[in-house]
Ligand binder design. Sequence first.
Ligand SMILES: [Zn+2]
Length: 333
Amino acid sequence: MVEELRPDLFRIKIPLPDSPLKFLNSYVVRSAGRNLVIDTGLNRKVCLEAMKAGLEELKIDPDRTDFFITHLHADHFGLVSRLIAGSSRVYFNRPDAEIIEAWPGWDPMLAYAAENGFPEEELRRAIEQHPGFKFSSEWVPELHIQHDGDIIDVGDYHFRCVHTPGHTLGHTCLYEQEKKILVAGDHILIDITPNIQCWSEIQNPLKSYLASLDLVRDLEVDLALPGHRRLITDHRSRIDELKEHHHRRCDEILRIMSNGVMTAYEIASQMTWDIKCDSWEAFPLAQKWFATGEAISHLRYLKEKGQIDRTRENKLYMYHSIDRVPGKGAELR
Ligand SMILES: [Zn+2]
C-alpha cells in the first residue's frame, strides 16, 4: 500500500509477520533525477513482494534509485541488497558499518548474555528466533558512508544527516529543515518505545539515547516519519514521554533491586512488559532476549551514575543497590 504524505514523498508499509512492530515504514522520495528509498524491510519474501509492488506502483526505476538505511537492524537493512541496481548507492553510517564489517558472529553476545544470567539452555534457541539471525542480508553491498551534518539532495528535498546514537551506535535520522520533516528511523516511535539494548561492556546506550532525544527535541519538526507504526506530528511531546518512560524504568529497577542481589535476566523477569503473556516463562525467547538487553542498558546507566553497583560471582554479573553489602568473596567491579 502506497500513501503520498507530501509532494513526491511516499510511504510503503512493509509487513513484518509475527513481530510486535507489525510493519516497517519505508519512505520513498521521487524526483526527476535520482530517487531515494529510506529503509527496506527484512530479507524475506513477504517484504520483497510488498516493496516491489510499491515501487512498481510509483514507477520507480531501480537504476535511478539510491537507498538510505537509518541503522543496521535487519528490518531496516535486511532487504537492501535485493533491491539495488548497478548504479544504486547505499547511504549508511560509519559506526553501524564497522559493526557489520567486523561482525564476529553471535558468540560474543551469547557469552555476554550468559554472564548476565540468561539460561544456557535458552540461549541458542533465543538467537535462532532473533529476526537478525533469520532475516539478515546474505551479503553487504558497498556502503556510502555519511557523517553527521552531511546533506543528501533528492529533488526539492535536502536532507541533513543527524547522528542519533542509542537504539544502535550509529543510528542516523534525516532532517529536512525547510519542510520541517524528520525521518526518525527507530529513534522516536509512537505507541511503542524504541528498544534500547546493551550487549557489551564498553557502551552506555541509554545515556547516548537520552542525549540524542534532547538533540532532536531542539529541531523544528512538523512531521516525524518513524520506522514503524503511526506518523508523529508532535515530536516534542513524544520525546518527553519517552524520557519519562526511561526514568520510570530506572525507578522500577531500583525498586526490584531492593529485594536482593540479582542478574540482569532476573531483573528483566520482574520488570513490567507491554506484551500479551501471562508470565515471564511464557515470553517468546526472542522477547526475553530483547527484555534482558533492555534491562542491561538501564543497569549500565544506573551504575555509571553511581546509583547501583555490580559484583562478579562465579561467572555471573550480580547487580545490587549501593547500600547492600555483596556476598563474602565477591569480587567488586
Ligand atoms: Zn531497530
